[in-house]
Design a protein around this ligand. Structure first.
Ligand SMILES: [Cu+2]
Length: 323
């Protein structure tokens, strides 16, 4: 999906539910405040002394609990979904000098107003244009995606290991509710500061790899049951499309007997709308070309598929069986 599509306002109007927002705030306040206790909260060392520290991210419907600060270098982000819908997060680096407050005020707030206007209808085009003009030029072209954890089913935990440079990042979930409302506009967006102090960790060793380039994937589909670390290489972008159009986010799905790959590809072509047709177990979110993300996964026997979102035309799906 393109970043632009995350804020697509050309949808039919829907009512804006208020109660779930309150519920999410309450859940955060009551159950998850422990994860917000300051810099490095939730960061743990792995068993391997040189391995990247683990950064815990917890998701509910619709909020994140995650550290406010992590160190630069290699980190493993572990997403635990305690909600009832699938969730994910993508990290995007803010342009130099732009704060999260500015991002929220200049991008999220006007986008939310635009979407509310579309839902309430009929749209006052002059007012809509005015709101669009408030959104600065740096969005989204100067906010490259720098990894994150892809669709993760309720009750599941998924991870990716990525290398981050210092700066201020935005953590967002762009899954849509059944009412087609972006989770990020319901509260699933928060800042993450990456400090100049580095973890000094080395990347994990991989036993499988996937290469993504120009919306195509070359995936290892001969994995045995058990534990795997898969390196996902983000390759060349399609230069015929703008930066935000070549996002290549990869998801690992557990297929049902009745799942048809074409249907799954169609479902994934734009932003994932809940409910999901299958159970997803994570994957890496988009990164700039030249970067590699690692995914650690325990595979039990069954039918799976790598699902690549947002190539220019349609999602692509590579089914495989784990014996
Ligand atoms: Cu979400």
């Amino acid at each position: 999906m393109s970043s632009a599509s995350r804020f697509d306002v050309s949808l039919a109007p829907f009512p804006i539910p208020r109660a779930p927002r309150l519920l999410a705030a309450l859940l955060l306040a009551v159950g998850l405040m422990a994860c917000r206790s300051g810099p490095d909260a939730g960061e743990q060392r792995t068993e391997d002394a040189d391995g990247p520290p683990v950064v815990e991210v917890k998701a509910v419907d619709y909020a994140f609990a995650a550290p406010d600060t992590v160190r630069s270098g290699w980190n493993t982000f572990r997403l635990t979904n305690k909600g009832t819908e699938h969730h994910l997060f993508v990290l995007s680096q803010l342009p130099d000098g732009v704060t999260y407050g500015e991002f929220y005020a200049k991008v999220v707030a006007p986008m939310d107003s635009l979407r509310s206007m579309v839902r309430a209808g009929p749209v006052d085009t002059a007012a809509a244009r005015k709101l669009r003009r408030r959104i600065p030029d740096w969005y989204p072209k100067e906010m490259p995606p720098m990894g994150g954890v892809s669709l993760t089913a309720p009750g599941r935990t998924a991870n990716t290991t990525v290398e981050l440079e210092s700066g201020t990042y935005v953590m967002e979930c762009y899954v849509r509710t059944a009412e087609r409302r972006f989770h990020l506009l319901r509260g699933m967006a928060k800042p993450l500061v990456v400090t100049t102090d580095s973890t000094g960790a080395s990347p994990p060793e991989a036993d499988g790899s996937i290469s993504l380039s120009r919306g195509e994937m070359q995936a290892d589909t001969t994995m045995a049951a058990g534990s795997h670390t898969i390196a996902v290489h983000f390759g060349k972008k399609d230069t015929s499309v703008s930066l935000h159009r070549y996002n290549q986010h990869l998801h690992l799905a557990r297929l049902n007997k009745e799942t048809r790959p074409d249907d799954l590809a169609r479902w994934m072509t734009w932003d994932p709308i809940m409910p999901s047709p299958v159970e997803f177990v994570g994957g890496p979110q988009s990164m700039l070309a030249g970067h590699t993300a690692y995914m650690h996964v325990d595979l039990s026997p069954g039918r799976y598929a790598w699902v690549l979102g947002n190539p220019p035309k349609q999602g692509s799906v590579q089914p495989f069986t784990v014996e």
